[in-house]
Design a protein around this ligand. Structure first.
Ligand SMILES: NC(=O)c1ccc[n+]([C@@H]2O[C@H](COP(=O)([O-])OP(=O)(O)OC[C@H]3O[C@@H](n4cnc5c(N)ncnc54)[C@H](O)[C@@H]3O)[C@@H](O)[C@H]2O)c1
Length: 314
């Protein structure tokens, strides 16, 4: 049994509590949030759990084997470094950090520590995204001509993620919050990215995050990468990750729907039900038990941060 401590009980912390609870080999033994009422309410819904408002106490709790860090990005560094210092396994929310320096330090410390260090990049475990990656490997699009990701939000922040930081310039914005998922996918599927040029649309209020981005980059072989995003627009939220090739087009839409077509044909939905049913928690359990596991570690988080920081450079 792996004993989990969770720091940060907001939107995503609650989402993972459900996933931890569904797994027979993990048990949540401690929860922490600096909002006392939230810790109280969350602890009341979990059996035999210790509640903390000071994260240091959760890390020091001898029952905790693995700490899940689900606080806003600018607090990841401090908390994760403390977890590593205590030599406990750690699962960190994306983005790894709130600057390149922080990300570098965390990735180096994690490597030295000998503990399991994992990121929550959920696309890697979802059928649509794994189908997309498989079809690319099978050369569905032919020779790659362009990779593109589009992020359109009628509302930013989205209605389910209202908090005091996600619309702020310091640690919010959709480039950081959503873009990082697709940066990680680009690097995983197509390899590293270079020559990043970004143009952000920024509101006059210097505390508010971007409302638009147009960025170009290149894969190492020179294939162009186009990133475009807009918020506060008409229409529905639309997220698309698309590969254009000499033979066809393949797109992952709205996180889970794969669409593809050979050149000259319509794009049609491609079922992804044949994909393995992977789960982050299952892979974490394997990793903590010393088995081979599909974990995206802090080095992966760091590589994504390198691109991310270029995109949000002012
Ligand atoms: N992997 C994903 O798909 C995904 C989705 C959404 C958010 N996230 C990431 O998860 C993290 C949290 O996002 P959220 O939407 O849940 O934010 P949130 O604001 O809803 O929740 C964060 C919680 O952390 C608490 N907190 C802040 N500092 C703390 C501290 N020092 N000690 C204890 N508690 C503290 C806050 O009180 C709050 O309850 C962010 O890094 C975000 O980027 C990941």
């Amino acid at each position: 049994m792996i004993h989990i401590g969770i720091i940060g009980l907001g939107a995503i912390g609650q989402r993972l509590i459900k996933q931890f609870n569904e797994h027979a080999e993990v048990e949540i033994v401690a929860v922490c949030d600096r909002m006392e009422s939230l810790v109280h309410d969350t602890a009341a819904s979990i059996d035999r759990v210790q509640a903390y408002t000071d994260y240091h106490e959760l890390i020091a709790d001898s029952k905790v084997d693995l700490v899940y860090v689900a606080v806003p990005p600018k607090f990841h560094h401090q908390i994760v470094m403390d977890v590593l210092q205590a030599k406990k396994h750690v699962l960190c929310e994306k983005p790894l950090a709130n600057s390149l320096e922080e990300a570098q330090e965390m990735a180096e410390a994690a490597k030295k520590s000998g503990v399991v260090h994992a990121m929550n990049f959920p696309l890697n475990y979802e059928a649509g995204a794994t189908k997309f990656a498989e079809l690319i490997r099978q050369n569905y699009v032919g020779k790659l001509r362009r990779v593109q990701f589009t992020m359109h939000f009628p509302n930013w922040p989205r209605l389910w993620q209202q908090n005091d930081w996600v619309s702020g310039r310091e640690q919010g914005g959709f480039v950081l919050e959503v873009g990082v998922h697709f940066i990680q996918q680009v690097i995983k599927i197509f390899g590293d990215v270079k020559n990043i040029q970004a143009q952000l649309e920024l509101p006059a209020d210097a505390d508010k995050c971007e409302t638009g981005i147009i960025a170009t980059a290149e894969l190492l072989d020179g294939t162009p990468v186009l990133i475009e995003g807009l918020s506060q627009i008409a229409g529905k939220e639309h997220i698309a990750f698309t590969a254009y090739g000499t033979d066809g087009v393949l797109s992952l839409e709205n996180w889970g729907i794969v669409k593809g077509g050979k050149n000259g044909e319509e794009l049609v939905e491609i079922p992804a039900a044949d994909q393995p049913n992977n789960s982050l928690i299952e892979e974490l359990v394997k990793a903590v038990n010393g088995q081979a596991a599909e974990i995206y570690n802090f080095e992966v988080g760091h590589q994504a941060q390198v691109v991310l920081e270029e995109l949000r450079k002012l």
